[in-house]
Design a protein around this ligand. Structure first.
Ligand code: FES
Length: 109
């Protein structure tokens, strides 16, 4: 599928997360402190918790339930109890539109 408009860039607050659902895929969109916009899978891999309800710190977001932080760049958990990564989605900015294709996963490193 083609990239879908997820939100507008200007509605995103810095160091905050927004949950969107595109094509039944829950996505957590974060604008980090440097203004970079990231999109990762919204469901924590440790439990059925929305990461968008967690805490953004630098280039990671921490799940509020048990404290695993996930890299916004690679989707990998940085600490236990989660040990499986969440997907990372490619983000395209078109004017003020944030476009995400939930079928296209960015290469993690
Ligand atoms: S549900 Fe996210 S760390 Fe446990």
């Amino acid at each position: 599928m083609a990239a879908t408009r997820a939100c507008s860039a200007s509605e995103l607050e810095q160091d905050a997360a927004l949950r969107v659902v595109i094509d039944d895929v829950a996505i957590c969109i974060v604008k980090d402190g440097e203004g970079e916009i990231h999109a990762i899978g919204d469901t924590c891999t440790h439990g059925d918790i929305s990461l968008a309800d967690g805490f953004v710190e630098g280039d990671s977001i921490e799940c509020w339930a048990h404290g695993s932080a996930f890299s916004l760049l690679s989707g990998k958990p940085l600490n236990l109890p989660a040990y499986e990564p969440v997907p990372v989605f490619a983000v395209t900015i078109d004017g003020d539109d944030v476009l995400i294709d939930p079928t296209v996963k960015k290469e993690s490193n």
